[in-house]
Design a protein around this ligand. Sequence first.
Ligand SMILES: C[S@@+](CC[C@H](N)C(=O)[O-])C[C@H]1O[C@@H](n2cnc3c(N)ncnc32)[C@H](O)[C@@H]1O
Length: 200
Amino acid sequence: MSRDWEQCYRDGETPWEKGASAPPLDELLERMGAELWNGGPVLVPGCGLGHDVRRIGEENIPAVGLDLAPSAVERAGKLTTAGHLQFEAGDFLDPEWADGRTFAAMWEHTCFCAIDPGLRDRYAESAAAVLPPGAIFAGVFYLNPNDSGDEDEGPPFMSTVEELETRFGPWFELVDGWVPTRAYPSREGREWIGIFRRLG
Ligand SMILES: C[S@@+](CC[C@H](N)C(=O)[O-])C[C@H]1O[C@@H](n2cnc3c(N)ncnc32)[C@H](O)[C@@H]1O
C-alpha cells in the first residue's frame, strides 16, 4: 500500500525531515557551480519542507518546489521569504500536471526512492516531459537505504546505477555520477549523485 504522505506530515511522522538541505546538493554545487541549473527555474519534485529549494535559491536561481502533501507545501511556503521561489501542491506522476510545463533543470532528492518502484517509469516520463533538450536532471539517489538488505522494504526503496541508466536512458544521457562524500548521518556511502542531460 502506498504511503499517505499528507497524514505523515499531519502526524509529524517525517523521519526524512532533517531541517536542512541535502549535503550532496552542496557537494554538487561546489563541483559544478550554479551554471548547472541553466538559469532556472529548477523543479524540485517531492520537495517536502523545501530546504533544497531554498538552497538552490541561495544561488539566485529561481526554483519551484512540488509536493503531493498540501501540509508540506504550506509549511515550505511559511519557511520561505525569497520571491524567486515557489511551492505548489501536485502529483509529479500525473501527466496532466506535467502537461505544458517547462523547467530549465530538475533536482531530485528522496522523491524517486519514496514512490512505489512500479511507478518509476512514470517518474522518468514526467521528468522527460518537463525538461527541454539539453536540460540537466541532477539528483541524489538512494542505493541501499535499508540495513536488512531487503530490496522490497521501503519507502525508501533502493535503486542501482544500472537501473537509473536504464530507466532514464530513453530520454537522458548520463553525464557524470559519483558517491558523495557529504551526507546526512547514517546515509554515508549509501547514495549516488547522478547528472543526466535531456536528449534532443
Ligand atoms: C521521503 S519524503 C522527502 C521530502 C524531501 N525531499 C526531504 O528530503 O525532506 C518524500 C516526499 O515526496 C512527496 N511525494 C511522494 N509522491 C509524490 C508525487 N507523486 N508527487 C509529488 N510529491 C510526492 C511526499 O509527499 C514527501 O514529501
